[in-house]
Design a protein around this ligand. Structure first.
Ligand code: KMH
Ligand code: ZN
Length: 270
């Protein structure tokens, strides 16, 4: 068995309870979902915040509250999304790292995102990378296509990123790389030798692409940000249910999900 770090992406920025009533959106629901995901085998929770209306927010007070609630329940590591939501200005999103989560996402390029636009301007991305480096917040480099990898490597060449680099290869977003083995292997082949990586499989191909990533030696992520369905026609009843299934798959292919302490070592978190 080799180690595998499992991340649960609990909420995301787009789905609502109308899409799946089990989606956690309030601070208490997110904290309870984080604990259940941890107990099911996740070492990390990827967190998007919602306001009282259920919309994505970059409110640092909400971030502090959610992080405090999670910490009071379990030792799972927190990866805060700086992607937040498509309608939230970059300048508000970047302020979230000031609450010093163990990790935060760093989306390196602007792009079309479904029917919306995901704005990550080059000067803002460099500023955010530099602030994360100064605060000791580990960037989760989200790579939605091959060119994004080159931009991330450029940030590394400028000395803005701490090693080992940690990549999430996102497959299946409309506007990014398709959920195919070819697009995955094209990106994996070009990662630095010491890079740590996982697949984020969006939508229908979630199960297949995540499993292929694990089989190729990557870590793994699942959760209701990435898929609201356990399988076609069957909505997920919880994030923990998705994590349980992924843990079963990991073990079946000789990958053992690790706890937060070991994940901290593997990912070189401060
Ligand atoms: N769904 C997007 C807006 C992140 O968490 O940083 C991208 C996103 C990335 O959620
Ligand atoms: Zn996210």
């Amino acid at each position: 068995m080799t180690d595998a770090v499992v991340t649960a992406a609990l909420t995301g920025p787009i789905a609502t309870k109308r899409d799946n009533p089990a989606l956690p959106t309030t601070p208490d629901e997110i904290a309870a979902a984080a604990e259940a995901a941890y107990r099911a085998g996740a070492a990390i929770v990827h967190i998007h915040l919602r306001d009282e209306a259920g919309l994505p927010t970059a409110d640092v007070e909400v971030a502090r509250r959610v992080m405090g609630l999670i910490e009071s329940r379990c030792p799972v590591l927190v990866q805060l999304s700086t992607g937040v939501g498509l309608d939230v200005p970059f300048e508000d999103r970047e302020a979230l790292v000031e609450v010093s989560p163990q990790m935060a996402t760093l989306n390196v390029c602007s792009m079309s995102f479904g029917t919306g636009e995901f704005r990550n301007p080059p000067d803002g991305v460099r500023r955010l990378a530099s602030r994360m480096r100064d605060l000791g917040v580990k960037p989760e480099l989200e790579i939605y296509d091959t060119g994004h990898l080159d931009v991330a490597l450029g940030l590394d060449a400028e000395g803005l990123l701490a090693h080992p680099l940690q990549f999430s290869i996102v497959l299946g977003v409309k506007g990014g790389a398709p959920a195919t083995v070819e697009s995955l292997t094209a990106m994996v082949a070009r990662l630095p030798a010491d890079a740590i990586w996982q697949v984020i499989g969006i939508g229908r191909a979630n199960l297949q692409t995540t499993t292929i990533g694990l089989a190729l030696g990557g870590n793994a992520r699942t959760g209701m940000e990435d898929t609201l369905m356990l399988r076609r026609g069957e909505p997920a009843r919880s994030n923990a249910e998705l994590v349980e299934r992924l843990v079963t798959i990991a073990r079946a292919i000789e990958r053992e999900p690790v706890g937060p302490d070991r994940a901290k070592q593997l990912l070189s978190l401060s």
